[in-house]
Design a protein around this ligand. Sequence first.
Ligand code: ZN
Length: 215
Amino acid sequence: MATSSERTPLAERVEELLAAGGPLPIVSAGDPVLRRGTRPFDGELDAALLSRFVEALRLTMRAAPGVGLAAPQVGVPLRIAVIEDPAPVPEEVAVARGRVPLPFRVLVNPSYEPVGSGRAAFFEGCLSVPGWQAVVGRHAAVRVTGQDEYGRGVDEVFRGWPARIVQHETDHLDGVLYLDRAESRSLASNEAMAERWGQATPGDAARELGFTLPE
Ligand code: ZN
């Protein structure tokens, strides 16, 4: 734990990031900070600085726009992520993908484990890999344990698209990018996605691009 009279190097780093104001710069794949993993949050930022940092993560996620953002994506190796998905998609897509609205929340020191054996395979993308998407097979439901931004315990089951989001963001905290789990032949530019692969499920893409839908 840090004392209030002694700023940790991480606190200094966060203060510098916040000093510029506005959305934070998002680091891209190739930066080691996305690969080193994070250490559990243990008071390295005091309550006021944590609150300001979380607010900056929220602003940055919304401006991107994205449905999740992990601290390493702004160069901070702490086990903290934010998630939020208004789910502005057509009904058919929402039903097929289980994409229900996910209110804003903060995950501190999250970890997940599968609930049941169900799997789901869909295209996803990442703010640190701009311009591209790929199909990733993930657990259909996960149990997430950890804390919130106030240090209160979290123990909750996420299903559907929210389960995908929390797996993606928690993986960031372990130095894992979605590409590590993706079907590489499914890789598609945002342009190709818009032109060809807007279907609710990736079956057509699997046939046309020559990949097997991952289990
Ligand atoms: Zn990401």
